[in-house]
Design a protein around this ligand. Structure first.
Ligand SMILES: Cc1cc2nc3c(=O)[nH]c(=O)nc-3n(C[C@H](O)[C@H](O)[C@H](O)COP(=O)(O)OP(=O)(O)OC[C@H]3O[C@@H](n4cnc5c(N)ncnc54)[C@H](O)[C@@H]3O)c2cc1C
Ligand code: FES
Length: 254
């Protein structure tokens, strides 16, 4: 059974606007985590009791650390942004089911991330041993893009305002560049995942989507994070925190 651990903050810094890059020492999570899983991070302010799910962006098994890249959107993430090297933070993990990694070195994997959905794809990219294309969509800026290049991916950038790379969304870029792949790894806003899933289905490409839902317990004990999953002619509910966050796009009701 997973238990809450006290992790030491190794470093914490802003990398782009209100996006923070925090490395924490938690050797068990680092040892057990696979790409696409997340950590439940507890805000220790006596007010916000529930943990905040944050994807694991990078795993360093040798140093026993994991890297979390998060955007400040409310009280919990604001508090995490204020943690300094040497502070401790309570974490539970690794949580959920991650991405299944293809092993055929001749295959091409397409990694598609939107905004704050980009971080879990970095460790995925690092662990994949095949041809890699990353299509990263930003409002503006390009955080982590260089690290995808260092991990061996051919990187395409899209921005909403056209300030960098292609002006438009990730699916428009994929179509414009005529990109193809054997498998897709994706994480981002639901509208992006839906459009990507439609395109993948049309092209008959397997597409793994990491779903995001508001979470309460984060360990499968409530039904706070349930999403509709196809079953026969109808549907059933599955929990994003336990059965996901990664699902095959063909399973997910759109
Ligand atoms: C599996 C999973 C992985 C995630 N990975 C990351 C990550 O790597 N980096 C990152 O920055 N964020 C990630 N998130 C989103 C992150 O959990 C929320 O942004 C965070 O919980 C907000 O906490 P808060 O106390 O700062 O904000 P709150 O005060 O709780 O909320 C502030 C605002 O954020 C919105 N919000 C809160 N929780 C979520 C959520 N789960 N999804 C979408 N919007 C939310 C609220 O609607 C509200 O508008 C992930 C979420 C899930 C479910
Ligand atoms: S958050 Fe409680 S079951 Fe998922």
């Amino acid at each position: 059974m997973k238990t809450i651990e006290k992790a030491k903050v190794i470093s914490n810094k802003f990398i782009d606007g209100n996006i923070c890059d925090m490395v924490i020492e938690c050797s068990r999570i680092a040892r057990e985590a696979v790409p696409g899983q997340f950590a439940e991070v507890y805000p220790d302010n006596g007010v916000n009791i529930l943990a905040r799910p944050i994807s694991i962006c990078e795993i360093n098994r040798i140093q026993g650390t994991v890297r979390l890249v998060f955007q400040i959107v409310g009280k919990g993430t604001k508090l995490f942004s204020q943690l300094r090297s040497g502070d401790t933070v309570r974490v539970l993990g690794p949580c959920g089911k991650g991405y299944e990694l293809i092993e055929d070195v001749e295959s091409t994997a397409l990694l598609v991330g939107g905004g704050i959905g980009i971080p879990p794809l970095l460790e995925t990219c690092k662990q994949l041993n095949c041809n890699k294309i990353a299509v990263l969509g930003y409002r503006s800026g390009s955080f982590l893009a260089d690290e995808f290049r260092e991990a061996g991916a051919k990187v395409f950038i899209t921005t909403d305002d056209g300030s960098l790379g292609f002006k438009g969304n990730v699916v428009e870029l994929i179509k414009a560049e005529n990109i193809s792949a054997d498998i897709i790894y994706s994480c981002g806003p639901r509208v992006m995942l839906n459009a990507l899933s439609d395109w993948a289905e049309e092209k008959d490409i397997r597409c793994l989507v990491s779903m995001e839902e508001r979470m309460a317990c984060g360990i499968g004990a409530c039904v706070g994070c349930a999403i509709a999953i196809k079953e026969g002619d109808g549907f059933t509910y599955k929990k994003v925190c336990k059965d996901g966050p990664v699902f095959d796009s063909r399973e997910v009701c759109r």
